[in-house]
Design a protein around this ligand. Structure first.
Ligand code: GLV
Ligand code: MG
Length: 296
């Protein structure tokens, strides 16, 4: 099953407890994400790798399933790729963390080759070097379909707080690079499980920068994120009015509710309505995939 892109939510599960691997499908997240990287302690990497590969090959995930391997600049990352290849595992996407150069993605693309032909790649940008090289990274290979922002690693490496303003430059650069290359922009996880309003606010702000999805680290975050990514009723209403009055095919400037509206704003209104349609389409996809995979 191809990864639905743009998906809105990727629910992370460290690849150590198979009873939780199908949680994404159960709680309504669009995509499951088995983590072999920072969610797994060094001493348990081999066990996590074995369980993840087993899940992908034998138990068969209930919905779209992705896997975050370790950086290709580490022995664990190389082992992760070999394990996927040796087992002929077919995840829907592979997330490559701490990407700093397009070459890493090109190498991974070549290694997967025809043995894992359908897995798309998502690059996590979470180091100062990765942020600086993000435009080149975005054009690395047609297999790359999205850029993920990793605020925890970036703030830690820069020695700055993970709050909105210190992270704004990197978020904006990543959104811009993704937009330019036609990739999905996927926002960082939000780590404070006791601050739902903070999660909603961060998601709304990220959406305003161009992000269309967010990594999820707890099932309770899924609905809040879907809600915050949705255009507001006011935005939808305005978009409808713009299209009703200004989309006459002639171009030029129209006055809509006191605003001067020209072709770029007509195009923006069309995008708002398209994103509403896309969201309506995603729900049945999640339902179909969970029914289709698990029970056969
Ligand atoms: C995710 O990997 C992050 O570092 O925030
Ligand atoms: Mg990280």
């Amino acid at each position: 099953m191809p990864l639905p892109i743009p998906s809105r939510t990727y629910l992370v599960t460290p690849a150590l407890d198979p009873t939780r691997f199908d949680k994404a499908a159960a709680v309504g997240a669009d995509v499951g994400l088995l983590d072999l990287e920072d969610g797994v302690p060094g001493a348990l990497k081999a066990e996590a790798r074995r369980l993840a590969v087993d899940h992908l090959c034998r138990t068969r995930p209930r919905g779209p399933m992705t896997v975050r391997i370790n950086s290709l600049r580490t022995v664990d990352g190389l082992r992760d790729v070999l394990a996927l290849l040796d087992a002929d595992a077919q995840p829907d996407a592979i997330l490559l963390p701490k990407v700093e150069s397009p070459v890493e993605l090109q190498q991974l693309d070549e290694l997967l080759g025809e043995r894992i032909p359908d897995a798309v790649l998502l690059a996590i940008i979470e180091t100062p070097r990765g942020v600086s090289a993000v435009d080149a990274i975005a054009g690395a290979t047609p297999r790359l379909r999205g850029l993920i922002f990793g605020a925890a690693d970036l703030s830690s490496q820069l020695g700055v707080p993970m709050t909105w303003e210190p992270m704004l430059y990197a978020r904006s650069r990543i959104a811009m690079a993704a937009g330019l290359a036609g990739l999905a922009a996927i926002d960082s996880p939000f780590f404070d499980l006791e601050d739902p309003e903070g999660l909603a606010e961060e998601t709304r702000r990220a959406r305003a920068l161009g992000f269309t999805a967010k990594i999820v680290i707890h099932p309770d975050q899924v609905d809040l994120i879907h809600e915050a990514l949705r255009p507001t009723a006011r935005m939808v209403d305005h978009a409808r009015r713009v299209l009703a009055q200004a989309d006459d095919g002639k171009g030029g400037i129209h006055l809509v509710g006191g605003n001067m509206v020209g072709p770029p704003l007509v195009a923006a209104a069309r995008r708002v309505l398209a994103s509403v349609k896309l969201e309506e389409a995603l729900e049945p996809v999640a339902l179909r995939t969970s029914a289709g995979r698990g029970d056969t």
